[in-house]
Design a binder for this molecule. Structure first.
Ligand SMILES: [Zn+2]
Length: 96
């Protein structure tokens, strides 16, 4: 049975950035951040008005993602695809 996304610890880049706003400039330069006991790679893409958008690099597939997940049974943050997570809603829909 697939692990439900709702049961995972969720780490969103935007929420993380908000919580460490004062340290953001430092974090950006380092392009790495420690969160939930794991060192995560961060990358940026340019967006409007000269701002940059921040992303995590999934430690497994190296893809840009806004949110990483840590399922209750595993002790590592990875993207949704790498953990093969599913939403409670989508499972429910398939049963109909
Ligand atoms: Zn991944």
């Amino acid at each position: 049975m697939k692990i439900l996304i709702e049961h995972c610890q969720k780490l969103n880049i935007n929420e993380l950035v908000r919580s460490v706003k004062s340290e953001l400039t430092k974090v950006k330069l380092q392009s790495k951040i420690d969160a939930l006991g794991q060192t995560l790679d961060i990358t940026t893409t340019p967006c409007h008005f000269g701002n940059e958008r921040l992303w995590f690099l999934c430690p497994s597939c190296k893809k840009r993602v806004a949110t990483l997940y840590k399922p209750p049974t595993k002790n590592i943050l990875l993207c949704r695809k790498c953990h093969d997570l599913t939403y409670l809603k989508s499972r429910y829909n398939r049963m109909i």
